[in-house]
Design a protein around this ligand. Structure first.
Ligand code: GDP
Ligand code: MG
Length: 458
């Protein structure tokens, strides 16, 4: 996601922290690089220009000098990007004490149906008695798709393949829906926001009275998201946005910034096709992840959906202390099935930002993770505690490979990756006290400046 923007920001920090003097030339080159990356991410040129001007202006402030100036500039850079993508985190206000309804809108292919299932799964894991209601009467296969997803997530799903009037479907199930805390409603899309769609949505809104009407937009459309969101805002009462397919486009920055220009906040982002590829959108932690500072909060939120509370707490402690053994890796592999590739997990561990992870580790996908899991199963306690003895004795290597249906090179690779992972979590344990939700304090800014800035000479 947006790796070129992350790299440009990192380079900017690096340049500022490493410069002997912060002169106009340094600032110009930092701003230029950042602007190029923003334009590449499809952020509106005017916004990009304004951002550049503000950074330059902050740099010209003569009152702040020396190290303070560097910290100040790093903070300005950070805060400008933060403001650009939405500032403070906003959360849906869903209460268990009353019935809540969330209705999803959007054009064809925006990700409504997938997101309906993702939302349902997200909230049922958090203890809400959740049901899904399918009101897409336009696509013949829509109710099947929703039912399949419902089976997969074990969510009660109400559909009616034969009824062509969505209001009637709602009325048919209204009484049964009364048993649920939260109803997620999937609706029909169109190729564009036409009169018929507006009429259908307005009627549904009037009848169902949802607490939230959320617009689903695919990130691929980049800054065009602004027009689409404001059109929907004018025609229907949308009060929030979910951006899908953040994973599949370089234009995600455009979509994010475009939405932050409208009054509807981005509440969630979709980051893949799987049910768990879904997270609340928190601009601060999004940026710390861009910068490779890791996002413990985001990781834990995902882990929460796959792992029980107790082992989650343990994992947090282990990660924070930089202790992480082969057994932990195995447990993680077991529990994190469904989260996707190792790169997704790594992106969220503090200090394991993309920039530092070797390509071969990033490419590690689920099939390999499964092999590793089996391989660790075939190891003795001694081997798990001290994997190096496996590397030293070919007989051990052969035994494990045979026992787990893997190859010796699989196992060598596993040990190598584990060592790398361990090294990295240890090396960066000190940075994990950055709480992404709180942003960066003055002290953390210093730490950051140090991390990027070799020696700070003034
Ligand atoms: P709808 O027409 O608005 O209901 O859209 P669907 O939910 O059917 O989604 C359209 C396509 O986008 C499907 O192939 C989904 O698997 C895919 N999709 C949805 N959300 C995401 C996402 O966050 N990432 C990726 N890569 N694909 C997604
Ligand atoms: Mg659909």
């Amino acid at each position: 996601m947006l790796s070129s923007l992350g790299n440009a920001l990192k380079k900017g920090f690096d340049k500022i922290a490493g410069a002997i003097f912060i002169d106009r030339k340094t600032i110009e080159s930092v701003v230029k690089e950042l602007q190029r990356a923003l334009i590449q991410a499809d952020v509106n040129v005017y916004l990009v220009k304004e951002l550049g001007d503000r950074i330059k202006k902050a740099a010209e402030n003569e009152k702040i000098k020396g190290i303070e100036k560097k910290e100040h500039l790093i903070k300005v850079l950070h805060d400008e990007i933060l403001a650009l993508i939405g500032g403070e985190k906003k959360e849906l206000n869903i209460k268990k004490a009353e019935q809540n309804k969330i209705m999803l809108l959007g054009l064809y292919g925006a990700g409504k149906t997938t997101t309906t299932a993702k939302l349902a799964s997200y909230y049922s894991k958090r203890g809400f008695k959740t049901a899904v209601l399918g009101l897409d009467v336009h696509r013949p296969a829509a109710s099947d798709q929703l039912e399949q997803l419902g089976n997969q997530t074990k969510t009660k799903t109400f559909v009616n393949k034969y009824e062509k009037n969505p209001i009637k479907i709602y009325e048919q199930y209204k009484k049964e829906l009364g048993d649920y805390d939260l109803i997620i409603i999937d609706t029909a899309g169109r190729h564009s926001l036409d009169k018929e769609l507006i009429r259908e949505i307005t009627e549904l809104e009037k009848k169902i009275k949802p607490n939230y009407v959320l617009l689903t937009i695919q990130a691929d459309i980049g800054q065009a998201a602004k027009q689409q969101a404001s059109d929907f805002q004018k025609a229907c009462n949308i009060n929030g946005i979910i951006i899908t397919r953040m994973d599949s486009t370089a234009k995600a920055g455009g979509a994010l910034t475009a939405c932050s220009e409208t009054k509807a906040p981005v509440y969630f982002i979709g980051t893949g096709e799987k049910i768990n590829d879904f997270e609340t959108f928190n601009p601060k932690s999004f940026i710390s992840r861009l910068l490779g500072l890791g996002d413990l909060e985001g990781l834990l939120e995902k882990v929460e959906s796959a792992v029980d509370q107790k082992s989650q707490k343990k994992l947090k402690e282990k990660l924070e202390q930089g202790e992480f053994n082969l057994r932990d890796l195995q447990q993680q592999l077991k529990q994190m099935k469904g989260i996707g590739s190792l790169s997704k997990i790594a992106e969220m561990i503090p200090g394991l930002g993309k920039a530092k992870i070797p390509e071969n580790l990033l490419g590690t996908q689920e099939d390999k993770m499964k092999k590793w899991e089996h391989a660790i199963d075939s190891m003795t306690e001694q081997e798990i505690n001290d994997p190096e003895i496996i590397e030293k004795q070919t007989s051990r290597l052969n035994r494990i490979a045979k026992g787990s249906g893997t190859t010796t090179s699989d196992i060598r690779q596993l040990i190598k990756q584990y060592k790398l992972l361990k090294e990295m979590t240890q090396g960066t344990a000190g940075l994990s006290d950055i709480d992404p939700s709180q942003g960066l304090s003055q002290k953390q800014m210093q730490k950051l400046a140090k991390k990027f800035g070799k020696k700070m000479r003034m």
